[in-house]
Design a protein around this ligand. Structure first.
Ligand code: SF4
Length: 72
């Protein structure tokens, strides 16, 4: 399993990544957006999985960052 991406990681911070999307105060987040429904995420609906933007790390299915783009 990949190590979990830390919110304190420099790139994670730059993109406003949070492990729990409901905890962000960033106005750019649209209601319902999470890593699980982002096109850069390739993990399952729960737990942690890979994100193309963070190679070698796993992000939280219920996480979020400013680069969120809906799955197509
Ligand atoms: Fe989550 Fe998508 Fe941001 Fe990756 S790009 S951390 S999957 S919201």
């Amino acid at each position: 399993d990949l190590p979990h991406l830390a919110e304190t990681d420099a790139t994670a911070k730059a993109l406003g990544y949070v492990e729990d999307a409901s905890k962000t105060t960033d106005p750019k987040r649209k209601a319902g957006d999470t890593c699980a429904n982002c096109q850069f995420y390739s993990g399952g609906p729960t737990g942690f999985g890979p994100c193309q933007l963070f190679p070698g790390k796993a992000v939280s299915a219920k996480g979020w960052c400013v680069s969120h783009a809906p799955k197509k």
